[in-house]
Design a protein around this ligand. Structure first.
Ligand SMILES: [Zn+2]
Length: 135
């Protein structure tokens, strides 16, 4: 029997015994027990979420540009470092042209492949203004 059920039974007994003061105290206790049960359920959920984030944190590999990859996952799966740093959300970034990427949520951009960026830049952008295109 759970705490709340035990209190409910005690409330019934107090009612039968016609003890109003005891009945009131048990009602109050029952309300507190219910509140505690809800709080425990909420804390359990929060704890599960924290554990999940801690598990992910262990697998994160950071890079020079603001993207992340996860240990044991394909290197082509890239996530936004800004979104992770801000809200601990894993948002997969979109591959763009010239080895660059963009986060669909916060619009963070960067380069995931310097070689691709350099070679495409040399072919397409003769001004050599590499940094302005990176934003
Ligand atoms: Zn983002």
């Amino acid at each position: 029997m759970g705490l709340y059920d035990a209190i409910k039974e005690a409330i019934n007994l107090a009612q039968k015994a016609d003890n109003i003061e005891l009945y009131r105290q048990l009602l109050d206790l029952g309300a507190q027990a219910l509140e505690m049960q809800n709080e425990i359920a909420q804390l359990k959920m929060e704890n599960m979420e924290l554990k999940r984030k801690a598990d992910i944190s262990k697998e994160i590999i950071r890079h020079d540009d603001p993207f992340l990859t996860l240990r044991g996952r394909p290197i082509t799966e890239r996530y936004c470092a800004t979104c992770w740093g801000k809200d601990e959300k894993l948002i997969q970034v979109r591959r763009m042209y010239n080895g660059s990427f963009m986060c669909p949520l916060c619009n963070t951009t960067g380069v995931y492949d310097e070689k691709l960026a350099d070679s495409d830049n040399a072919q397409e952008d003769m001004s050599g203004d590499y940094f302005s295109y990176r934003g």
